[in-house]
Design a protein around this ligand. Structure first.
Ligand SMILES: CC(=O)[C@@H](O)[C@H](O)COP(=O)(O)O
Ligand SMILES: NCC(=O)COP(=O)(O)O
Length: 251
């Protein structure tokens, strides 16, 4: 079973928002990604709407449900009251809770689960009771996988930024080992495993090979960059291959 690819369309929304015009179309490029066999789409709406707008969420959800039933919609974000309201209305397949501050440039750390234990337990319970799968964003630290299980998370998403941003061989090896140890801990803890942030066609295959339990990766920045070179459809196919997908069956 290959690792599933969820295409994060934040960066496309970011380009669109440079002008008060509707292109590049987040819905249109999301559709091309799904046509090319992406398993799902991810959005990470931020309170300032600098890329994904609240209005994008419903449009993408409707497009996936009508045109690609069975594919997955994943919404990521910090579960403040506005975010919780948004996801309760949108009912995505998966919600990924990320502990970002308001105005944070991009996600750069996972949850301190021990400190936020009762908050996380409550919000995870609320979202699960509405039939959404809940994943929580964690740093590459094995103990956190067990803590995630304790607060009721269905999955963890390992924050792979330090792995994706390590270019010096020793640092790369150290970060790779941390991600792999945490992924193995997730299996022991009985939580599903996702990963994301700064994953590329170069750094992904090694991770997929080391972690047979890696269910899903969400990737946006590198896919958008590669799409400028190869086009969205071809890029999705290249990333599916990096996920271990043999691309034998129809999209
Ligand atoms: C949780 C995570 O790693 C991604 O959602 C990433 O934070 C994308 O957010 P931006 O597109 O705002 O950088
Ligand atoms: N959860 C990670 C994500 O959705 C995309 O991160 P990136 O590929 O834009 O770094």
């Amino acid at each position: 079973m290959s690792t599933k690819l969820s295409v994060n369309v934040n960066a496309i929304a970011f380009l669109r928002n440079r002008r008060n015009l509707p292109w590049p179309s987040v819905e249109g490029l999301g559709r091309i990604a799904l046509q090319a066999g992406a398993y799902g789409l991810t959005v990470h709406p931020r309170p300032d709407e600098r890329h994904i707008r609240r209005s994008d969420v419903g449009i993408l959800k409707d497009m996936i449900r009508k045109e690609y039933p069975g594919r997955e919609f994943n919404i990521e974000g910090n579960p403040d009251p506005d975010f919780v309201k948004l996801v309760l209305a949108a009912k995505p397949d998966q919600v990924t809770l990320v502990p970002d501050d308001i105005g944070q440039a991009t996600s750069d750390h996972g949850w301190d689960i021990a400190t936020h234990k009762s908050f996380l337990t409550d919000v995870i319970g609320k979202l699960k009771s509405q039939s959404m799968r809940v994943s929580i964003f964690i740093d590459a630290e094995p103990e956190l996988a067990f803590q995630a299980k304790d607060v009721g998370a269905d999955r963890v998403e390992i924050y792979t930024g330090p792995y994706g941003g390590a270019f010096e061989p020793l640092a790369l090896e150290r970060e790779f080992r941390k991600v792999v140890a945490t992924g193995k801990a997730a299996e022991k803890a009985g939580v599903g495993l996702n990963a994301g942030h700064d994953l590329t066609r170069e750094n992904l295959p090694r991770l997929v090979a080391a972690l047979p339990n890696l269910r899903e990766v969400s990737i946006g920045h590198a896919i958008t960059a590669d799409a400028l070179v190869f086009g969205m459809a071809e890029t999705v196919r290249l990333f599916r291959m990096a996920c271990g997908d043999k691309i034998s069956e129809a999209a």
